[in-house]
Design a protein around this ligand. Sequence first.
Ligand code: ATP
Ligand code: MG
Length: 419
Amino acid sequence: MKQSHLFTKTRREAPRDELAKNAQLLIRAGYVHKEMAGVYSYLSLGALTLKNIEDIVRKEMNAIGGQEIRMATLHPSEPWKQTGGWDQVDVLFKIDSRTEKEYALGQSEEEIVTPIASEYAPSYKDLPLSIYQIGQKYRDELRAKSGIMRGREFGMKDMYSFHTTQEDFERFYEIVKQAYLRIYSQCGLVAKVTEASGGSFSQKISYEFMVLTDAGEDTILYCTECDYCVNVEVAGETKEGDTCSKCGNSTLQSGVASEVGNVFDLGTRYPKALGFTYKDEEGNEQYPIMGCYGLGTSRLMGVIVEALADEKGIVWPASVAPFTLHLVNAMASDEQAVMYADELYNLFTSRNTAVLYDDRDARAGEKFADSDLIGIPYRIVVGKEALAGNSLELVNRATGEVERLTKEELLQRFTSQSV
Ligand code: ATP
Ligand code: MG
């Protein structure tokens, strides 16, 4: 995409009321637009980035047998009343209507997915079953203080699975856990898995996936040698400096972290409340064991910004960046440079490399500052050297490393074919 065509512009200052680094940078770079506290619109760059994150999640969920659906976000009140959520879930947005009916906005989808699964899984032969969606959630959060990391409207992948036995649920949980860890690592993050309290809804196991970042709202204790990790909320007597109870080789360290996903063992709570039974091999009606697996896609985007940004701006890992390359013409008023940069842009785009091309009539310094703020992994600079038939500058946004490569070498590196 040509930057002259991008309708968003960078800005020097973020809104005064925006205290979170992720939102400050994302607003300044034109990724998101703040509608009100806890509600953001995703603009061109932001929508591309969020879609890349969603695609990583989608690929991993499909790979473990999840089937993607799109559930309603405007919910009837009846299933919420049946499960007790209507009165118990404090973050539930409830909506009145002129029809005298009441509705809820989806904050999680157990009330919707359970009747769907019930309709299509009447027999043990239909189980296990795992269904997921990626979409918007609405929660009446008391405080929306961490930019896109805690919204009143936000993106989530939520998967629900139904099993005939606890063992089968636990087998599947382990598979999901590995998929989650692959998702976070593809997003350039390291996630720790805590053993955590189930909250009001869980009957048995619940785990949280935590990424260390000062912008988080949780405090965890973790072992520096093994993968042991607990949320301090539930750590009981355990404290920083204690010897790790799992490996015994190291002491526990404390850190602030953000929850980027979790899994709950819901047991038979929802199938019981909503009347979902299946016939077992003997023909007896049984309630399936249900699991739910949440992953905050928009929070993940915020956490990536928090974890990887530097003083100049955002730093995206290539996997989620809105573009692979930022092609910057540093000599915008030079006709020859414009022709050279145009040609390079056409070569990359015809080879399906995602390029943001800064073709604007602006000073080089301004373009470089914008490029650092926007955070695309590689910047290619068209300058004097390139015009003289020599090399182009390739700058790695994360490391600042500069290489000089010929046009052919660049095409070779960033496309599958050479010229
Ligand atoms: P938290 O403790 O942070 O409020 P939660 O326990 O309410 O999270 P879930 O209801 O299980 O979380 O939601 C699944 C995932 O959705 C969370 O792990 C988190 O990544 C994300 N998430 C939850 N609430 C929000 C929110 N208000 N804004 C953005 N993402 C959220
Ligand atoms: Mg919550």
